[in-house]
Design a protein around this ligand. Structure first.
Ligand code: NAD
Length: 442
């Protein structure tokens, strides 16, 4: 099937406002990193948008521009940050508290810019994040008032910072587990539920709703539902506002979505996958609460089943023991350790094991994903692409997809999809990897 005609992409003129919900480890590492890169003091390592190239045309054409030169992305110099957080710390203090970046080497060099990002009072309700107790919050937890206040904040930010476009990123704590229910089905029920202070309307949904009403793309770095409900998906499509989520794919799940497709590609069997983590940052503290952990667990568990398709391959994947644990261990701070013990079997059923011990840095892995999501969701908006941006699945543990579709988790399939979308946006041919043309004359 031929792709639909390529859209016209508006140029990235003017300033881009980036509003982060949450000014914790990920957001402060993102902001500090962008400010350092702007000044030529660091490289945006891990950002596909800024570091990778894209092949165009045939392999013999030798066309490999940088993505940043191929698609019109907002220049980092045009980015202005704003944030909400229940803690009053500005981005400078938040970065120091998070303990991700070295003070002398990285934080002090951009201290002025970081001091400038002072969080607005958060639409926060402890019912949804019990392990956080802070007072830079809106005066009321009445849901209608919270929604209105978020909308006012967006507009005030627009005016004060003189930005031409805005994108929003949920980099706030993981909320308690909520399943889509009657309140999330259509606009009428959703509006009524807001007025009734229905407990199934979490603050993340109010931020997402406010973003859509204000025409602001919304990206969800955490596993809570936020914009992933029928009502908000529909609204995003109707209003032509890009949305994407959920849950940054950083450490252990990144590795899982590379190894599991490898097993599947070779038709090797899997009997068990035990994943455990220790981490000691604020995120770990929030996830120490079982109700918040449940949201994360669901996001991490779905991956294997979607990749391995046990229904289609019962001999290989019909009986997998899959366990994911997250243990709060303060001495490690943001430097998470993720262990995987993988029990596999091969020819004639003989067992083998794979062990992975990833000593990673959570926010160092997440910050470039957050940056790419900001740049690409702004690009999507300028290309007139509203609703779910499945091509951004590359960045997420639980990619949002159209109802009835299963998510594509394989990292390299996601990468092909992302790059083909960029080719399509710019009117270039899709790359199918068929390659018959190279052998016509051989
Ligand atoms: N770092 C990673 O590798 C990674 C990977 C996947 C997902 N995530 C998710 O990203 C999110 C951010 O991670 P982090 O390490 O920066 O956590 P963090 O705890 O350092 O920061 C989150 C901040 O959000 C604030 N917050 C909570 N509720 C809020 C609300 N309603 N409005 C505004 N702010 C609110 C908290 O006060 C906190 O400062 C978490 O949900 C985490 O699970 C992180």
């Amino acid at each position: 099937m031929n792709p639909p005609p390529s859209p016209t992409v508006q140029p990235a003129d003017g300033r881009l406002g980036v509003l982060t919900v949450g000014l914790g480890a990920v957001a402060s590492t993102l902001i500090a990193g962008v400010e350092l890169v702007k000044r030529g003091l660091a490289q945006p390592i891990g950002s596909l948008a800024l570091m990778d190239t894209i092949r165009l045309g045939k392999r013999t054409d030798d066309r490999h521009p940088f993505i940043r030169d191929f698609v019109p992305l907002a220049p980092l110099d045009d980015i202005v940050f704003g944030a909400w957080d229940p803690f009053p710390d500005d981005a400078y203090v938040a970065a120091q508290r998070a303990g991700v970046l070295e003070g002398g080497k990285h934080i002090e060099q951009v201290s002025e810019a970081l001091r400038d990002v002072r969080p607005m009072p958060a639409a926060f309700d402890r019912t949804y994040v019990k392990n956080i107790d802070a007072d830079n919050v809106q005066a009321s937890i009445d849901k209608r008032s919270m929604l209105n206040a978020i909308r006012e904040d967006i507009n005030r930010f627009r005016e004060e910072k003189q930005v031409d476009r805005v994108v929003m990123l949920w980099a706030a704590s993981t909320e308690i587990f909520i399943e889509p229910g009657p309140a999330h089905m259509d606009l009428e029920s959703f509006e009524k539920a807001i007025d009734a202070n229905d407990p199934t309307i979490a603050p993340s949904m109010l931020y997402a709703y406010a973003a859509l009403l204000e025409g602001v793309p919304f990206n969800n770095g955490a596993p809570n539902l936020a914009v992933d409900t029928p009502v908000l998906r529909q609204l995003a499509t109707e209003r032509n506002v890009p949305i994407s989520g959920k849950d940054f794919k950083t450490g252990q799940t990144l590795v899982k979505t590379v190894l599991a497709p490898m097993l599947k590609a070779r038709m090797l069997g899997l009997s068990g996958w035990y994943s455990t983590n220790i981490l000691g940052n604020r995120d770990g503290e929030v996830l120490d609460d079982p109700d918040n952990f449940k949201t994360k667990e669901e996001s991490k568990l779905g991956v294997l089943e979607d990749i391995l398709q046990p229904d289609r391959f019962p001999e290989l994947y019909g009986d997998i023991f899959h366990k994911v644990r997250i243990n709060y261990y303060p001495p490690r701070g943001d430097n998470k350790e993720g262990w995987d013990n993988i029990d596999i079997f091969g020819w004639l059923g003989y067992p083998m094991q794979i062990k992975v011990d990833f000593l990673c840095r959570d926010s160092i892995l997440a910050a470039p994903l957050a940056l790419d999501l900001v740049l690409f969701s702004d690009l999507a908006q300028r290309a007139g692409l509203g609703g779910i941006q499945e091509w951004l699945s590359f960045y997420y543990k639980s990619p949002q997809v159209a109802p009835g579709l299963y998510p594509e988790h394989d990292l390299f399939t996601q990468l092909v999809k992302l790059k083909n979308t960029l080719r399509w946006l710019m009117g270039e041919d899709q790359i199918t990897h068929l390659g018959r043309e190279y052998y016509a004359a051989v």
